[in-house]
Write a protein that binds this ligand. Structure first.
Ligand code: FAD
Length: 461
């Protein structure tokens, strides 16, 4: 009997038959996440219902030397939750409860499988805001957000997931349950293990409970879609906004193709302009008067194309603009199911030169690209579409395309990923961003948590 077969029996007896899947009973959704052109078949899928189940599952897997791949909602785009070399997927999807919203302390305690969108909705019902808003928020899980150190459009003003985590409960590979942080805002007590787990991509421990910080929801806000006659002018507008000391909630940046693809591949139709690039900007303020003043000041500083500004004040138009923005990635997927999605981050003022250099580099190779993203925080999404190119030729080109893009980002004083992480698809490029010594230190941290390298092996480091 193989060690998987022996472990299966013990896991099924401990967690319950319906919590352990093997062979043909494994649903194909566990074969991939949202990374283009990547899949892997797990040997087992474990579906715990509680922290105790997670602890038992990890204890048994480590006893049998079975690699464990933690998984939230599988919306990751760097292959972090894919069993690229087999092993057991530990899916947190059943642990999706919102445990408590504490109005007095402005905190919310949740299980890792809770959807980010559901957390935002729950917070708003108390007049509170959980600001991080990845475009995948309806589907992705908060555990995945922590593990990927996810961001979203609101990062410009409100920061990212890491800025809202007060405490975590987590389980190490041998099944030990631990905690770091709690319902307190300050903490100067020992190493911040919660912070270390943020962005660790399931390679250090499994996060089983999270306490989040909430803030009062702003009273007034509006969205502005402004068009420009060149990508460079839109990119320039981003630092003009920063230079004017305006702090919008979001500054999203979209090339004309991004909007065109959304219009072509979905029912979402926003008034298309003649502009070559667009900015979607959100402002918020304590009073309507303050909001109007800031909006006027902003439009004065960015100089969009004449007559090409849409100010969305009502919920319907705002929802339309944001569904168009959130629809970009699915639309690109429809245009070209195989594509390369990069999300480098650079200092905001370097966006214009970075975008130009990347465009020149990719155009020089005859590739079709779409550039969009969270320009307000320097996070530029660069999608390169395969279209009709021969698959073998495409596969051969990928390493040099990635290396070229990352080198431009690093030369611009930025780095490889702003929010999507490293996973399995960028692991081989970490040496571009870190020295040997820095990588060796990361490996020692990994070994301290997971001496036998069983937790999400082959990812990140
Ligand atoms: C259309 C679309 C739009 C997107 N927009 C954004 C965006 O705006 N910003 C952004 O940051 N990302 C975005 N993403 C990427 C993705 O949604 C995020 O990375 C998200 O945080 C992944 O969450 P998940 O629950 O799906 O995690 P998964 O894909 O299941 O897992 C991601 C990683 O987290 C680990 N993990 C998951 N849960 C746990 C846990 N409880 N404990 C330990 N490790 C765990 C996994 O091992 C894996 O390494 C987008 C993706 C899509 C498809």
């Amino acid at each position: 009997m193989s060690h998987y077969a022996s472990a299966y029996r013990i896991l099924a007896d401990t967690l319950g038959e319906d919590s352990v899947l093997a062979g043909l009973s494994i649903d194909s959704r566990f074969h991939s996440d949202k990374t283009s052109d990547l899949s892997g078949i797990p040997d087992l899928v474990l579906l715990p219902r509680s922290t105790h189940d997670v602890s038992e599952a990890l204890r048994i897997c480590s006893q049998y030397g079975i690699p464990v791949i933690p998984r939230g909602a599988g919306t990751g785009v760097t292959g972090g939750a894919v069993a690229v070399s087999g092993g057991a997927i530990l899916s947190l999807e059943r642990m999706n409860a919102i445990i408590e919203t504490d109005e007095k302390n402005c905190t919310m305690t949740v299980q890792p499988g809770a959807a980010t969108g559901a957390i935002q909705k729950e917070a708003l019902s108390f007049g509170l805001l959980y600001p991080p808003d990845p475009a995948s928020l309806k589907d992705c899980s908060i555990g995945g957000n922590l593990a990927e150190s996810s961001g979203g459009p609101r990062a410009v003003k409100y920061g990212t997931t890491k800025d809202y985590v007060l405490g975590v409960e987590f389980v190490t590979i041998d099944g030990t349950i631990m905690r770091s942080g709690g319902k307190y805002v300050k903490n100067a007590t020992g190493y911040n293990l919660a912070a270390l787990l943020i962005g660790s991509e399931g390679t250090l421990a499994v996060i089983t409970e999270i306490t989040l910080r909430l803030i009062p929801a702003p009273e007034h806000s509006c969205d502005i879609l402004a068009s420009f006659d060149s990508l460079e002018k839109a990119a320039d507008a981003v630092w003009l906004i920063t230079a004017a000391r305006l702090v919008p909630v979001t500054i999203e940046f979209m090339e004309e193709d991004a909007i065109r693809f959304v219009a072509r591949n979905s029912p979402i139709q926003i008034p298309l302009s003649s502009g070559k690039a667009h900015l979607l900007i959100q402002l918020d303020a304590g009073t309507q008067r303050e909001l109007t003043t800031r909006r006027k000041e902003l439009l004065r500083s960015i100089k969009p194309l004449k007559g090409e500004v849409l100010i969305a004040k009502n919920e319907k138009t705002r929802a339309l603009l944001w569904s168009a923005r959130r629809g970009i990635r699915p639309a690109i997927e429809k245009e070209s199911p195989v594509f390369l999605a990069e999300d480098c981050v650079v200092p905001r003022a370097s966006i214009p030169s970075f975008v130009k250099e990347v465009k020149d580099f990719l155009n020089g190779k005859g590739l079709r690209t779409v550039i969009f993203g969270h320009a307000g925080d320097g996070n530029v999404h660069i999608d390169v579409l395969k279209y009709e190119m021969n698959y073998e030729e495409w596969k051969q080109m990928i390493p040099s395309i990635k290396k070229g893009i990352y080198e431009i980002a690093i030369r611009s004083k930025g780095t490889i990923s702003g929010e999507h992480g490293i996973g399995s698809v960028r692991r081989d490029y970490m040496h571009l961003a870190f020295s040997e010594e820095e990588l060796a230190l990361m490996k020692r941290i990994k070994a301290a948590f997971d001496p036998d390298g069983l937790l999400n092996p082959g990812k990140m480091v």
